[in-house]
Design a protein around this ligand. Structure first.
Ligand code: PGA
Length: 252
């Protein structure tokens, strides 16, 4: 069974609510018919509900950029999976900016993944090494540790998506090579096969992220292990996001 590609736009801390609504309005009619690709937009939290309303009845999916691991309680400033359930389909967990700027641990990320799944949300679990780790030859050890702790106590991968995002490639204009990313993602798939079996590994969608643009994306999508993109900067412009979705659709 071929895997359905996913192109997910991580808008990060960009767009006011009116800007988010305007961006989705411009992209909507171009994205709607491309049903061979899952198209996901991940705006800031305050835009989720208005976009949910605006995208109701369309095939464009919404994702959150983060979630907390508890359902409710005295956690000032946090958003729970219970609050996101029914509003979004996906949630990005363990993005390198959460890990490195906000000090999220492997263990917390694992709890967030379990909490998301328990509430019917599909985690996009991000893994990736820093430049220093890459230069020290530690890439495999790092992504393996992040994978194992991110999926600790997770029994089924049916609703999980992985993203390999080398930290040094994010927002730098310096993407990984398609071959290099493909090799790491192939290794991730092998690790999944060992723990969850060949069928689960074969079905798992693994996205590449890090300075994806319409110029470089086709060569990533040509790689056998790469099932789509988690896109930052290029997802904030309607033209480039639509171009990326079309490029993914051309591989199906
Ligand atoms: P970028 O970000 O495409 O701007 O490099 C990717 C990401 O952080 O998911």
């Amino acid at each position: 069974m071929p895997r359905t590609p996913i192109v997910a736009g991580n808008w990060k801390m960009h767009t006011t609510v009116p800007e988010a609504l305007a961006l989705v309005e411009v992209m909507r009619s171009a994205l709607e018919p491309i049903t061979t690709v899952e198209r996901v937009v991940c705006p800031p939290f305050v835009a989720l509900w208005p976009l949910h309303e605006r995208l109701r009845g369309t095939s464009i999916r919404l994702g959150a950029q983060n979630v907390y691991s508890e359902e409710k309680g005295a956690y000032t400033g946090e958003i729970s999976p219970l609050m996101l359930a029914g509003v979004v389909d996906y949630v990005i967990i363990g993005h390198s900016e959460r890990r490195h700027l906000f000090g999220e641990s492997d263990e917390l990320i694992g709890r967030k993944v379990r909490a998301a799944l328990a509430h019917g949300l599909q985690p996009i679990l991000c893994v990736g090494e820093t430049l220093a780790e890459n230069e020290a030859g530690a890439t495999e050890a790092v992504v393996r540790r992040q994978l194992e702790s991110g999926l600790a106590e997770v029994e089924s991968l049916e609703h999980v998506v992985l993203a390999y995002e080398p930290v040094w490639a994010i927002g730098t204009g310096r993407p990984a090579t398609p071959e290099g990313a493909n090799a790491v993602m192939g290794r991730l798939r092998e690790l999944i096969a060992v723990r969850y079996g060949a069928a689960a590994a074969e079905a798992m969608r693994i996205l590449y992220g890090g300075s994806v643009t319409p110029e470089n994306f086709p060569s990533f999508m040509a790689m056998p292990e790469i099932d789509g993109g988690l896109v930052g900067g290029a997802s904030l412009k309607a033209d480039s996001f639509v171009a990326l979705v079309r490029q993914a659709a051309a591989t199906t």
